[in-house]
Design a protein around this ligand. Structure first.
Ligand SMILES: [Zn+2]
Length: 172
C-alpha cells in the first residue's frame, strides 16, 4: 500500500475525541444524549430503586457497564427532561472527572451534588448544558424565526429554566 494511503487510513481509524463524539450528535435538536453516552462507551438506563432525592449516578459496573466499564443510571421517577439533563451531567463527570470515578460510585442528589467539590459540580453542569444546548444549533433556530424560550426549550427537550440559564436570561 502506498505510504500516503496508509497514512490516510490510519488517520481515519483514529478514535473520535469526546468533543468530536458530542459534536456528531449535535447536528439536530433534540441532541441525542443517549447516542453520545453509547459512543463514549457508557451504558445508560433508568433505575427504579434510586431514592427520590437522587437524580442519578455514574459508576464502574462490571456486569452491565458499556465498553468503558461504566454505567449511568437515572432516576426512573424523574420527568423525561430531567432524565436527559442527568444523563448529560453524568457524561460530563465521565469526561471531566474520570480519575475520581475510580474512588467509587458518584451519586448526584436532586441538586446535582455528589462527593465532588461544588466547583466540579458547576463545571459538570456547564458541560451538560453545552451538550444539550449547543449555541450553533440555537442560533440556527433563532435565524429560522424561533424567538421564545418555551419553543426553544421544547425543541431541545430541556426545561425552560435550563434554556434561560443557557441564554443568560434571569430565571425568576
Ligand atoms: Zn454531579
Amino acid at each position: 500500500m502506498p505510504a500516503v494511503l496508509e497514512k490516510t487510513s490510519q488517520k481515519a481509524n483514529l478514535p473520535l475525541t469526546p468533543g468530536q463524539i458530542i459534536a456528531k450528535h449535535q447536528k439536530t435538536a433534540p441532541v441525542d444524549v443517549i447516542g453520545i453516552a453509547t459512543e463514549l462507551g457508557l451504558n445508560a438506563w433508568e433505575m427504579q430503586s434510586l431514592p427520590p432525592n437522587v437524580s442519578g449516578k455514574i459508576f464502574r459496573d462490571s456486569l452491565n457497564g458499556g465498553p468503558s466499564g461504566f454505567s449511568i443510571a437515572v432516576n426512573a421517577s424523574d420527568n423525561p427532561l430531567r432524565k436527559r439533563f442527568t444523563v448529560s451531567h453524568e457524561i460530563a463527570h465521565f469526561i471531566l472527572h474520570r480519575s475520581q470515578l475510580e474512588n467509587g460510585d458518584l451519586v448526584d442528589d436532586a441538586m446535582y451534588r455528589s462527593g465532588l467539590s461544588s466547583a466540579e459540580e458547576a463545571q459538570a453542569n456547564r458541560l451538560a448544558a453545552q451538550i444539550l444546548m449547543p449555541f450553533p444549533l440555537i442560533q440556527r433556530m433563532v435565524d429560522a424565526g424561533v424567538n421564545d424560550v418555551a419553543t426553544l426549550a421544547k425543541m431541545f427537550q430541556v426545561s425552560q429554566p435550563a434554556m434561560k440559564i443557557r441564554l443568560g436570561i434571569p430565571v425568576t
